[in-house]
Design a protein around this ligand. Structure first.
Ligand code: C2E
Ligand code: MG
Ligand code: MG
Ligand code: MG
Length: 278
């Protein structure tokens, strides 16, 4: 009798694990068809200059609306895309679309707008990536500098080989942002050797501004550090006017977050930028 609760405990975890596995399998299978079924879309989150309020650009963020399961978070499906290799096809689709969108905005008169696109490290080790990226830039006719490729700070785990890939990327003329800065392998050494243009301060630090002294000091330090390296900082996840005010005080150049705007559709972006600029 005493064994009973133990056994049901094990059964419980087995069922839990298999539920998770089957969701993963289901998502991976569905993701294979998500592109052709037009279930993927891109939303754009504005980035603004803290000092002047000027619109700097936007970050392209992928969305997946599964016909039965509804919206699936990129935090869930990007790792699946990476593990299955689908990230190459999906990642290129995002870049090609984003370049077209940027050209449209440039033609509408927002000539200085920049667009940031997230990329997974796997894409950097794919020779086709550079060719297709170059073609996407040529076809859209955008100035390559106005395209920013965001890579997470975790690329530093591959520091030995990744510098070469980053240089290859830079040689196409694009800009590079180090995403989620502060959460991973931050080291002065990497900052010195990586040819990056922007540091994005992770939301987990921005959210402590005004309430947590350690976060406050960390953000201040990163802003100064970036400046001394000739990099721009973008504070991510700015949710309150108070956070934006402190960033202004600290001399942060750029900010992005729900307080400025949530990620929005291209149509909504057009409306937002006109209202915001007015
Ligand atoms: P990320 O690049 O660090 O993007 C920022 C995330 O924070 C986005 O979540 C955005 O919606 C969210 N965010 C922005 N402002 C705020 C705020 O003020 N408060 C809060 N609570 N959240 C905010 P999202 O769109 O769910 O994306 C999650 C992650 O998925 C991204 O993190 C990025 O790493 C990845 N991702 C998204 N699109 C792509 C893509 O096209 N390719 C790749 N490889 N990864 C992508
Ligand atoms: Mg990003
Ligand atoms: Mg980030
Ligand atoms: Mg993030």
């Amino acid at each position: 009798e005493a064994k009973r609760p133990g056994r049901s405990h094990i059964t419980f975890f087995r069922e839990l694990a298999s539920d998770e596995d089957s969701r993963l399998l289901r998502l991976e299978f569905a993701l294979r068809h998500a592109l052709t079924n037009e279930e993927l879309s891109i939303v754009y989150q504005p980035q603004v200059a803290v000092n002047t309020g000027e619109v700097h650009g936007a970050e392209a963020l992928l969305r997946w609306n599964h016909p039965e399961l509804g919206p699936i978070s990129p935090a869930e499906f990007i790792p699946i895309a990476e593990r299955s290799g689908l990230i190459h096809e999906i990642g290129m689709w995002v870049i090609e679309n984003a370049c077209q969108q940027l050209r449209t905005w440039h033609h509408l008169g927002h000539a200085n707008l920049r667009l940031a696109v997230n990329a997974s490290i796997d894409q950097f080790y794919d020779a086709e990536f550079y060719e297709r990226l170059e073609r996407a830039i040529q076809v859209s006719g955008i100035d390559p500098e106005s395209l920013v490729i965001e890579v997470t700070e975790s690329i530093a785990a591959n520091a030995d080989t990744v510098v070469e890939q980053l240089q290859r990327l830079k040689s196409l003329g694009v800009s590079i942002a180090l995403d989620d800065f502060g959460t991973g392998y931050s080291s002065l050494q990497y900052l010195r050797s990586f040819p990056v243009d922007y540091l994005k301060i992770d939301r987990s630090f921005t959210s402590g501004l005004g309430s947590n002294d350690t976060d406050h000091n960390l953000v201040a330090t990163v802003i100064d550090l970036a400046r001394s390296f000739g990099l721009y900082t973008i504070a991510e996840g700015v949710e309150t006017g108070e956070q934006l005010r402190i960033l202004h005080e600290l001399g942060a150049p750029l900010a992005q977050g729900f307080h400025i705007s949530r990620p929005i559709s291209p149509d909504e972006f057009g409306v937002w930028i006109d209202q915001y600029s007015a």
